[in-house]
Write a new protein. Sequence first.
Length: 109
Amino acid sequence: MSYPKDMQDIQDEIYEWQSETFPNATLDSILEHMTRELAELKGAIKEGQPIDDIASEIADVQLLLFHLASKLALNIESQTMHKFITNKSRKWGKADAQGVVEHIEEEQK
């Protein structure tokens, strides 16, 4: 099996299959499925499941992200790089009680 060369090719190939296999998928159904898969991923990590099981759950979430992005006609590769560049330029606060660090909102001048 040969794999596509870049992320957009991967997204397109996955979406072609998803469209054929799940023709009635909506943004809401994809988001609901993603919510369930994120819960499974969180459970797998908390339970200390084998890394292959955790990796499989991560892949499930990523496949759903590709599906959602494609439904919205977004190129996930360019959107990811754009957001990464934005995040690198931001200032970041301290971790909250759950360990989450958010960016600091800058005042509009």
